[in-house]
Design a protein around this ligand. Structure first.
Ligand code: ADP
Length: 520
């Protein structure tokens, strides 16, 4: 991913100039720094708020545990004094407490297990009562308690767990005063602590993943029990709900979006730069190529006008003018066609049935004298079995003409051109071979680029705007085909136009390949 981004930046940097890049990237850099500062600020703020809410949760849990523990103690004490008061009432109502009245007293209080009443006047006639067998756990902790009455004393065994489960004690536990924020907003901690009675936990604070818990022991005789209050904070979680995590992710997302924006801007800029480069090349190349023939024509015309020329001189000048006009129209046609195909002009190609051999024959006949005048011989090799193809006759002719023009331009002493028409299982191939200067390895990949001209192409003897092969490639591509080139510097070139076979109109494929013959 990082490598892809870096390579994109490199591409963009190759195309756009350094100052352009800086001017595009600077605003993004400034926004990124601003965003970074904002992200850092919001992060530190949420860390601070988180710490504050943790401290608050700890404090609140401590209060809740302590207050609830003292309330529970008071409620337990109240329950115990209530039972002794009730017994005093019973003693007042009846002369002598009986086994039945002791049993009824025990039965009224779920948490009392058994009791013994010892009268002061006759300890030998003590009465003992126990709760009805209820199947309650024998494993539960039991404690004893004693109180004195008007006529004797009561000693009873009770279950502290059951005492703590009585409604009085439970009400004391539930009596939570919710924490309230004095300001209108909500607090970053739970509004009421989760309070539970626990046994066997030591007093103190425990940090939870999402808050704090405080444990406060009850007073004797319930000291083996404690109240545990837990308060959760809204920052305690590690997921999306955590403000710190959230602010980090939001900042990261903003930075990623910004980076994408910067990349898109750079890409747009590189495209723009590419267009500018092409435009520049068009103006530089084409204007030069237009000016040369125009000034030659003007010069020729002026000389003709001055008159007093011998027939031979006049003839030469007329030939010169004609040659320059032909060159000029060839160039203008190329420029216009490239632009038209590049802009996908509405002038669609007119695909009609074309006999490739006729197309080649007609073209060579038309340009025969021109090719001869350059001192070239041209041989053709035609596979006569190739049938009609659905081609745009004019544009394929133009492509072939460009190849022949190049073969002539880029040849030196060996002035021979070969045109071959053959077929493979997939393609109809038109090949143009020359024995000219050839193309170096580095240039081979670039010669189809618009306005590209190889280094050796000096502008005086080998004139051109670097558009011929671009057009050739566009034409073949618009027929669904491709162009191949084989060449080495110094040993000639072979260009292959490969059109997909129009199988419908094609006779059976055969290997009958015409013998090479001199075209002219
Ligand atoms: P132009 O001929 O106007 O320069 P082209 O697009 O036709 O433009 O060709 C691009 C380049 O490819 C030429 O400048 C030349 O360097 C190279 N080239 C094309 N055809 C040949 C060839 N037959 N032999 C050697 N080089 C060639």
């Amino acid at each position: 991913m990082l490598r892809a981004i870096l390579s994109k930046l490199r591409i963009a940097s190759r195309v756009g100039g350094r100052p352009d890049r800086v001017s595009i990237l600077l605003p993004f850099l400034i926004i990124s720094i601003g965003l970074g500062v904002l992200a850092w600020r919001s992060y530190t703020l949420s860390v601070r708020t988180e710490e504050g809410s943790k401290a608050l949760a700890r404090q609140y849990a401590g209060y809740a545990a302590e207050i609830t523990a003292s309330r529970v103690d008071a409620a337990a004490r109240a329950e115990m004094s209530l039972v002794s008061d009730e017994w005093q009432q019973i003693e007042k109502r009846i002369d002598k407490p009986t086994f039945g009245s002791l049993g009824a007293w025990i039965a009224q209080h779920d948490w009392i297990v058994d009791a013994i009443y010892v009268p002061d006047d006759d300890p030998a006639s003590s009465i003992y009562g126990t709760e009805a067998a209820t199947g309650k756990s024998k494993k539960e902790v039991r404690l004893t308690r004693e109180f004195f009455t008007a006529t004797g004393s009561i000693r009873y065994t009770y279950s502290p767990q059951r005492l703590l489960a009585t409604p009085t004690v439970q009400t004391a536990i539930r009596q939570q005063i919710p924490a309230k924020d004095r300001r209108a907003g909500t607090m970053p901690v739970q509004q009421a602590a989760d309070v539970t009675l626990v046994s066997g936990e030591s007093e103190g604070y425990r940090e939870l993943t999402d808050g704090f818990a405080a444990v406060s022991a009850l007073a004797p005789p319930l000291s083996s029990f404690a109240v545990r209050a837990a308060v959760r904070t809204s920052y305690g979680t590690t997921g999306w709900e955590n403000q710190r995590v959230l602010s980090l992710w939001v900042s990261l997302l903003a930075l990623v979006l910004l980076a994408i924006g910067a990349l898109l801007a750079l890409r747009g800029m590189s495209k723009e730069a590419e267009t500018m480069k092409l435009r520049g090349a068009l103006i530089a190349n084409v204007s030069h190529e237009l000016r040369t023939p125009l000034s030659m024509i003007r010069l020729g015309a002026e000389t003709l006008k001055r008159g007093k020329l011998k027939d031979k001189e006049r003839q030469d000048i007329e030939d010169q003018i004609l040659r320059e006009v032909l060159l000029l129209s060839h160039l203008v046609e190329n420029v216009l066609d490239v632009a038209r195909i590049q802009n996908q002009s509405t002038r669609a190609l007119a695909f009609t049935p074309v006999h490739p051999r006729d197309l080649i024959g007609n073209l060579l006949t038309t340009y025969e004298s021109w090719i001869r005048s350059k001192g070239f011989t041209c041989t053709v090799q035609i596979d006569e079995t190739i049938g009609e193809q659905m081609w745009d006759r004019d544009s394929v002719s133009r492509a072939l003409l460009n190849l022949i023009d190049n073969a002539i331009k880029y040849s030196a002493d060996e002035k021979a051109i070969e045109v071959i028409l053959r077929q493979t299982s997939e393609y109809i191939v038109i090949e143009v071979k020359d024995r000219g200067v050839g193309i170096g390895g580095n240039d081979l990949t670039k010669i189809f680029d618009p306005y590209y001209r190889a280094q050796f192409s000096d502008t005086t003897t080998r004139r051109g705007a670097g558009l011929g092969l671009t057009l050739v490639q566009q034409i073949v591509a618009s027929h669904g085909g491709k162009v191949e080139v084989e060449s080495q510097a110094g040993s000639g070139s072979t260009f292959r136009l490969m059109f997909p076979r129009d199988l419908a109109g094609d006779p059976a494929e055969s290997a009958s390949f015409g013998r090479p013959r001199e075209a002219f």
